[in-house]
Design a protein around this ligand. Structure first.
Ligand code: AMP
Length: 601
């Protein structure tokens, strides 16, 4: 027998196989995503289909296709494919056999032993059925491993040190949250909660409903009334749109000739924004957060006792998930290991260790820094041009592309300056400027004009930034080399100084003529910026601090002091907006005096 052992994630929606190859644990298989849809089918010609081919025929031949067999493991239910009947173990065995074949082809040797993962809540009957499926597939199942434990292993939490980890796993059709403690070789799942009928498929359904409603409103036809093929197309479009919305602020869904009505092709064309989509799915995501609270309660753990939150499952790419989790638990969730492959990789770590390889964790290329543009927003009640939140967050696996929308700030504005920063502070000035460019030739509009900023970071550390004017589709692009290189203290100080100088009022208006969005001039940060008075930034910071102090004291103030304070706040805001340094100094001085007086009284 060979010493080869593979790790297998036998998932509800997709399955994967991982093994030790070239000194590290890798997911194996053909194609880019290395995921095998957990679908088995019989074609109308009785040909056995496993994976993508079965998934593709599901909408047209549901009676000849089986999906989500994992839900039936451990039960005595059988499933039919055409006129043949199968047990859940047999269907799962067909999936396992295909994965073992993928691994054999890539490793060049037969695969006979495997570690297979199961959800933490699986009963003995379900675990035994999984073992049996392995045996039917011709595999010796060396270990049945809990999925959350596998995820923890992928992240290197099985290194012996005591750790408590929360694993949030949102896949296509199931949701699980587990609290796991690991110490030495002892791993314990302290609590596990979830909903085995909730997942990304429900998000697809909500979007599909939205698309169907739109089609009905436009053409008076419900696709659910007998338009099977059109509905299938829309279902794919809904899932594709959902995935895109994880990385872009809006998506255009365009499906041509969905239905032929009285000889005329009827199309669907609409835009869905991430904000609208997030509203649709919010109740579902909220329900997962209830499970998170229950799991913590059952485990007897407070959020502060967690060492990490790990995101597992394809649907955790939905930005709302990480955002709400961080808000509620107060810890930034980690998603540096590919969320779809994390469990398979963790199974691969254990399999490799059992086969005698010295493996700590999975290796991934991630961005060590966050990147984003500064924008005009509000801080401490006053408008502030150096607000910041990252578009690409640190620890995101590479390569990565993400986009977000920004808006012009006054009617008729035809140009914007875009400054790209590296860092996490919500004050861009506390981050490092890595590049800047000006976009001219925007359409002068009455309402705020949307400019999308798309950033792509590749494995070589090259950052591509594109600004796209939404109404015209025109774009401007710059490339920033060495974005991942750590900056020296001197470089950081120089970049900060350059940026701080931007605070002074501009002596000259922008000279760039309106017209076409042009090509970038400079490839990197370094172009000169207007020289400015150094006192301005400090004074603005002081104004922001004073207004924050004012908010804290406001309730304790007498009516006439309140009135004066509000007038001074207004004076500060208009001085800042008008870059009027003298007026700002006067208002700051008066507000300081007033607060001094109020604090002392
Ligand atoms: P899993 O069961 O972990 O393979 O996850 C599959 C689910 O993840 C499916 O519902 C996919 O549509 C969903 N998914 C995959 N990629 C994304 C993405 N970029 N954004 C949101 N959901 C995704």
């Amino acid at each position: 027998m060979s010493d080869l052992i593979v790790g297998i994630d036998l998932g509800t929606t997709n399955s994967e196989v991982a093994a030790y190859l070239g000194g590290q644990v890798r997911v194996l298989g053909p194609g880019e995503d290395k995921m095998l849809p957990s679908c088995v089918g019989l074609s109308p010609a009785d040909e056995l289909l496993v994976g993508a081919a079965a998934r593709n025929q599901h909408l047209v031949y549901p009676e000849r296709t089986v999906r989500s067999i994992k839900r039936k493991m451990g039960s005595s239910e059988t499933v039919s494919l055409g006129d043949k009947t199968f047990t859940p173990q047999e269907i799962s065995a067909l999936i396992l056999r295909e994965l073992a074949e993928w691994a054999r082809r890539e490793l060049g040797q037969p695969v006979e032993r495997a570690v297979i993962t199961v959800p933490a809540y699986f009963s003995d009957a379900q675990r035994n059925a999984t073992r049996e499926a392995g045996m039917v597939a011709g595999l010796e199942v060396v270990r049945i491993l809990n999925e959350p434990t596998a995820a923890s292993l992928a992240y290197g939490f099985g290194d012996g040190a005591p750790r408590t980890v929360l694993i949030y796993d949102l896949g296509g059709g199931t949701f699980d949250v587990s609290i796991v403690t690991m110490e030495g070789d002892v791993t314990e799942v302290l609590a596990s909660h979830g909903n085995n009928r909730l997942g990304g498929d429900d998000f697809d359904d909500l979007l599909l409903e939205r698309l169907e409603r739109e089609f009905h409103e436009r053409h008076g036809i419900w696709l659910r009334d007998g338009h099977r093929a059109a509905r299938a197309r829309l279902w794919w479009a809904a899932e594709a749109a959902k995935m895109k919305l994880s990385f872009e602020p809006h998506v255009q869904v365009r499906e041509e000739a969905l239905v032929l009505h009285q000889g005329k092709p009827l199309h669907l064309d609409l835009e869905v924004s991430r904000a609208e989509y997030e509203k649709m799915i919010l109740p579902l995501v909220e329900s997962t957060l209830d499970s998170v609270s229950k799991a913590l309660q059952d485990a007897g753990k407070k959020p502060g006792e967690l060492d990490a939150i790990l995101l597992v499952g394809g649907s955790t790419r939905t930005p709302l998930v990480a955002r709400l989790l961080q808000e509620r638990v107060g810890l930034e969730p980690r998603q540096d290991v590919h969320p779809d492959l994390c469990v398979a990789l963790g199974a691969g770590v254990l399999a490799s260790r059992l086969a005698g390889h010295d493996i700590e964790r999975v290796l991934v290329d991630v961005s060590p820094y966050s990147f984003g543009p500064s924008y005009l927003g509000e801080r401490g009640g006053v408008s502030y041009p150096y607000c910041y939140h990252p578009i690409i967050r640190r620890n995101t696996p590479l390569p990565v592309t993400r986009a977000d929308s920004y808006y012009t700030t006054y009617p008729g504005q035809t140009e914007v300056d875009i400054q790209i920063f590296q860092g996490d502070d919500e004050d861009a000035l506390k981050n490092v400027l890595v590049g800047d460019f000006r976009v001219g030739g925007l359409k002068p509009t009455e309402d705020p004009n949307e400019v999308m900023c798309r950033m792509s970071l590749d494995l070589d550390g090259i950052l591509h930034v594109t600004a796209i004017e939404k109404i015209s589709g025109k774009s401007k692009h710059v490339t920033i080399a060495n974005a991942l290189q750590a900056k020296s203290e001197a470089e950081i100080a120089a970049a900060r100084k350059r940026i701080q100088d931007l605070f002074a009022p501009r002596e000259e208006p922008f000279e760039e003529p309106a017209g076409e969005l042009e090509e970038p001039e400079g490839e990197e940060a370094g172009d000169e910026v207007p020289a400015l008075s150094p006192a301005w930034p400090e004074m603005r910071h002081e104004a922001v601090d004073l207004i924050q102090r004012l908010r804290r004291l406001f309730d304790r103030m007498h009516a006439e002091d309140k009135e004066e304070a509000l007038a001074l706040q207004e004076a500060i805001e208009s001085a800042v907006a008008g870059h009027d340094q003298k007026a700002l100094a006067a208002a700051v001085g008066s507000l300081k005096e007033l607060l001094f007086f109020v604090e002392g009284s």
